[in-house]
Design a protein around this ligand. Sequence first.
Ligand code: GAL
Length: 356
Amino acid sequence: MTRRWTAGLALVLALAGCGGDPADVGAPDRGLVGLAMPTKGSDRWIGDGENMNAQFSLLGYRTSLQYADDDTGVQISQIQQMIDDGAKALVVGAIDGTKLKDVLGKAAAAKIPVISYDRLIRDTPDIAYYATFDNFKVGVMQGTYIVETLRLGRGGGPANIELFAGSADDNNATFFFNGAMSVLTPYIRSGALTVRSGETAFAEVATQRWDGKVAKERMARLLRTTYANQRVNAILSPYDGITRGIIEALREGGYAANALPVLTGQDAEIDSVKLIAGGQQGQTVYKDTRELAKVAVQMVNSLVTGGDPIVNDTKQYNNGVKDVPTFLLQPVTVTKDNYQRVLVDGGYYTAAQISG
Ligand code: GAL
């Protein structure tokens, strides 16, 4: 996959008559691309924006990269501004995937194609393509890590577990949760896993805006009530920022740093990779945002130059109006055993960033 994309980008660069050198002054001005990202509150989105900026500029595009501080109203005005500025295409990482219908209607009226980036924008015909990772598989990886670490079905357990999900207004959150539950549910049914709080419905375990503080409060409540007299053995968390909130609650609730429950995460954020190296967080799911940026850039460049973007899924993602043609990248599960090889040898982080 990686090799394929590297080759794909090289081809795109060659077709654009651009040697790939940022100093290539002969690169044409291919116009403006609007990049509407949700928040700087998480490292990954900063990386997404930087990676797309760099790759678009190599192809001769100008960009307007905007972050909306997790405020949907701000994101709508930023997109409107990009339309007013004459953007050739928009790449949108939505905050609330259900609230962009009207502004994207205006983009469509101005014939500006929209790429839904990482998160599916819902209830509108006005998105052309979707670039993301295999979101269901992300959840499967988190559930599998829990089952394997507790050695369920192999002499381990029974064990207590609590479930956390992401933001209910983000289409990805249900995919992650359903993926994880596809692995965990048989063990819950057989009694090998018990959700002592009884909170198992997505709506009960969702975490508004993926906010670590919200997750910390819920975990603290569970520790005061359900777990006043017993330990929790595992926690399904969909995202590193939520996991760090949960760890804070656990530590304040008296759990020693070296005796935390089995904990999952996502995004391989640097603060969480440090926790994995130190043995506090067990797992994260790494999604190489450099590759996602390449996919989005390829899609935009094809659309602007009259080609057909490459996709590899046309069935899984219906946004309420249509099946959205999608390119799915593959996530990678990361633990203490492989973070060095995947993240350091893979050039995502330096060893010094992790140990620093
Ligand atoms: C999701 C995204 C995850 C994580 C989360 C919180 O939509 O797919 O990788 O970043 O948002 O930002």
